[in-house]
Design a protein. Sequence first.
Lengths: 149, 186
Amino acid sequence: MTKSNIEDRIKRYISAESSKWMEQAEIYENNKEWLDKSALIAIKILSTLRSQSITQRTLAENIGVSPQYINKVVKGQENLSLETICKIEKSLGITLVAVPAYENSQVIVDSFCPIPYFISKNESQPIGSEKSDYKSESRYQPQEDPIAA
Amino acid sequence: MKFVPIFDDEDCLLSTKKDNERQDEFSKIFDQWTDIEYLDNFFTTHENDLKRPFWEGISIEQAIIGTRNEAIKFRKYLKRISEKPPKERKLLFLGLFHPLSQNQGMSAFLENKKAYGKRNKTWLRIYALKAGEDRYIITGGAIKLTDNMGERPHTMKELRKMETCKQFLKNEGIVDEEGIIELLEL
């Protein structure tokens, strides 16, 4: 049997349908950002279920979804809604997603001021509450340019 | 059993696909390596293997994240190969696949091959048969945590899958003993 014979014979067994591999790779690339987050959420859920000895079915019952849905979630390939995330968090007593809290001070970028300045949260007030809020010179006092002068 | 082309019709990379299964072996392993539930079950079952000094005390969670990240990197690398012209692709595959064992010799029916994942201490393996000068038939893949494939049922299964594919090629008359020797002598 020659090399070309072997090649020809193999070709006869090659299916017309191709592998789904490339499709999978493209799905990931097009949805990378949320799929990566979904995977991390799935790891956290599974590790909590294990440590608390809770089954996927019990979690599903507790939050009012089907076990099939929870199974999709723990595969790390589900685009979860905030509502579902909150229900899972409450049921398991864990945090899955955290939004950074506002800090004590805010950086104010004033288009008239070249240097950003800080105000403390206690001093902050609703925008437009004072007449001076509408005067750019109320906070920025330009120095006299010695060269121009 | 069928063979499906992975990148395109003229490709040198094929995957086996069982008649009763939805997915071919190549897609299946990448699906498993990025499926958090599958990885969680796998590393929970093989937690003792993870405790071997070679794996430096990695936790189940770290193992899951590491496997998924590596599989994604590996997939990206293979996709880049697929975008190369056929001649260059063949050379890259030649560098990717290594003999499964050093002592296969002339007695081998077809040459067993393996490809490693894309990090230094990698446990990802793709298994294939080299069926012709430039053609690789992927038979499966595994997360190999032990030194030898015979040590765990899931890696043993991969050895059997390679043998089943060889037997299929022989039974269908695609290759014969005479042909194999000729092939190995090329």
